[in-house]
Design a protein around this ligand. Structure first.
Ligand SMILES: Nc1ncnc2c1ncn2[C@@H]1O[C@H](COP(=O)(O)OP(=O)(O)OP(=O)(O)O)[C@@H](O)[C@H]1O
Ligand SMILES: [Mg+2]
Length: 388
C-alpha cells in the first residue's frame, strides 16, 4: 500500500479496510473455543476481501495433510454433495508445506492443481496464505472467487497477511485454553481418586474389620456382643453411604468438614481403637487445631485417617501414638507405631496410593511429610504444616 501514490478516495478505502480488519481481529480474539475461532477467521477473511468462499485448513499430526477444514460460503447441503473434503494434495498442500503465499487469477491454472472433487462448486480467483507462528505452520487460509473482480489485489493480500498473523495468536490461544481445560480435568480426577481412597474406601475397610471381629464373636458364642457390634457396623455403612451421597453433591465427606479438627480426630481414634484393638495414645492440642486453615485441617484429618488405616492393615503393632501439637510457627502431627516397619522391596520402599496421597496432601497445604521406619522397629509418619 503506497500511500503517497494514492488519491483521497483510495485513502478512504484503505481506512475502511483497516476498520474492517480491526473489527475482524476483535471478533476472532473474542472466543476461546477452537472451532468458533476458526469459523470467525474464515468469515473475516471473506468479508475483508469481498470473496464468495473462504476456508481454513489445519494440518493433521503428520503436518503434511489437512486434518481440519473449516469453510465459509458453502452451505451444509452443498458440502454434503462434495465427494470428499480436500486432503491437501494439490495447491492447498503447496501453501502448507512450502509455507508460501499465493495469488492466482485461476487456481486450476497452477501446475500442482489436482482439480476439484465431484460436486464441488467451480472456483477461479484464489488467494492462499500460510498461518505462521514463529517457526510453526498452524494452518492456511484459502480465499476464492472475488466478487465483482477477476482476481484478488495486492491490498487483499496485505490485509490477509495481517489477518493471518492475528489468526495465529488466536488459534494458539484457543489451543492453550483447551490444554488447560484438559489438565484441570486430569487434576480433578486425581483429586476424586484421592478422596475416594482416603475417605470412603478406608471407611468400608474399617467395616470389614468390624465384621471379621463379629465373626470371631459368633464363633465364640458371644451373640450379645456380636449383635451390638453388628448394629455399629450397619451404622458405619450408613455413614459411608451418606458420605458418598454428599460427595456426589460435591460436598465434603460427612465425616469431617474441615471445621473442628479435634472432634474429627477423636472420633477417628475411637473408631480405630474399636476396630483394631490396638492400644492408642492420643495427645492433641486444641489451640493449634484452630491455628491452621480449614483446608489444612481437612488434609491433616485425611492424612491421619490413612496413617491409622495403614497401622491397622499392615503394622501388626500393639501400640500407636498420635500427636498433634504446636512447633514454632507450625502444627506438627505424628503417628508412631511399634509394628514391623515398612518392608523394603529389593532395598527400595514401596509407596502405594496411600503414602503418595499423604505426601501430596501435605504439599498442597504448603507442608511436608516425612516417613521414618526401621525394619522390625515400627513406623513414624510426621507432618508439618505452617500456621495461618
Ligand atoms: N504403619 C505401617 N507399618 C508397616 N507397613 C506399612 C505401614 N504403612 C504402610 N506400610 C507398607 O507400605 C505399603 C504402602 O502403603 P500405602 O498406604 O502407600 O499403600 P497400601 O496401604 O498398600 O494400599 P492403599 O493405601 O493404596 O490401599 C503397604 O503396602 C505396606 O506394606
Ligand atoms: Mg494405605
Amino acid at each position: 500500500m503506497q500511500i503517497s501514490a494514492r488519491s483521497a478516495q483510495d485513502l478512504e478505502h484503505m481506512n475502511s479496510q483497516l476498520h474492517e480488519l480491526r473489527e475482524a481481529v476483535l471478533a476472532i480474539s473474542s472466543d476461546l473455543s477452537l472451532p468458533e475461532v476458526l469459523q470467525r477467521i474464515v468469515t473475516a477473511a471473506a468479508t475483508l476481501t469481498n470473496a464468495k468462499y473462504a476456508a481454513i485448513g489445519v494440518p493433521d499430526d503428520s503436518g503434511k495433510l489437512l486434518g481440519e477444514f473449516v469453510v465459509h460460503g458453502i452451505s451444509e447441503e452443498e458440502r454434503k454433495r462434495i465427494a470428499h473434503p480436500p486432503r491437501g494434495l494439490g495447491v492447498l498442500g503447496v501453501i502448507m508445506s512450502e509455507r508460501k503465499r499465493m495469488r492466482l487469477r485461476n487456481i486450476t491454472d497452477h501446475p500442482r492443481s489436482t482439480g476439484f472433487p465431484m460436486g464441488h462448486p467451480p472456483m477461479g480467483s484464489f488467494l492462499g496464505m500460510p498461518i505462521l507462528l514463529k517457526d510453526r505452520c498452524l494452518g492456511s487460509l484459502y480465499i476464492t472467487n472475488k466478487i465483482g473482480a477477476d482476481e484478488f489485489t495486492s491490498d487483499d493480500e496485505q490485509l490477509i497477511e495481517w489477518l493471518a498473523s492475528h489468526a495465529a495468536i488466536a488459534i494458539e490461544h484457543a489451543r492453550l485454553y483447551e490444554e488447560v481445560q484438559r489438565l484441570s480435568i486430569v487434576e480433578e480426577r486425581q483429586r476424586i481418586g484421592m478422596d475416594l481412597h482416603d475417605g470412603v474406601i478406608q471407611s468400608i475397610y474399617a467395616v470389614g474389620l468390624q465384621l471379621e471381629f463379629i465373626r470371631a464373636l459368633i464363633e465364640d458364642g458371644d451373640s450379645k456382643q456380636a449383635h451390638d457390634r453388628l448394629g455399629a457396623a450397619i451404622e458405619a455403612l450408613n455413614h459411608t453411604i451418606r458420605d458418598i451421597r454428599s460427595y456426589i453433591l460435591d460436598l465434603h465427606p460427612h465425616q469431617f468438614q474441615g471445621d473442628d479438627l479435634e472432634v474429627g480426630v477423636r472420633r477417628l481414634v475411637a473408631e480405630f481403637k474399636a476396630n483394631s484393638l490396638i492400644v492408642t495414645d492420643l495427645e492433641i492440642d486444641s489451640d493449634v487445631c484452630q491455628a491452621v486453615s480449614p483446608e489444612a485441617r481437612l488434609a491433616i484429618f485425611q492424612i491421619t485417617q490413612e496413617a491409622l488405616a495403614n497401622v491397622a492393615k499392615h503394622s501388626h503393632a500393639t501400640r500407636v501414638k498420635l500427636q498433634i501439637f504446636p512447633n514454632g510457627e507450625s502444627l506438627k502431627m505424628s503417628v508412631e507405631d511399634n509394628g514391623v516397619g515398612l518392608p523394603l522391596d529389593g532395598g527400595v520402599r514401596r509407596m502405594g496410593h496411600g503414602l503418595n496421597n499423604m505426601a501430596q496432601r501435605a504439599r498442597t497445604i504448603g507442608g511436608a511429610l516425612e516417613v521414618n521406619s526401621e525394619q522390625g522397629n515400627g513406623t513414624r509418619i510426621d507432618v508439618r504444616v505452617p500456621k495461618v
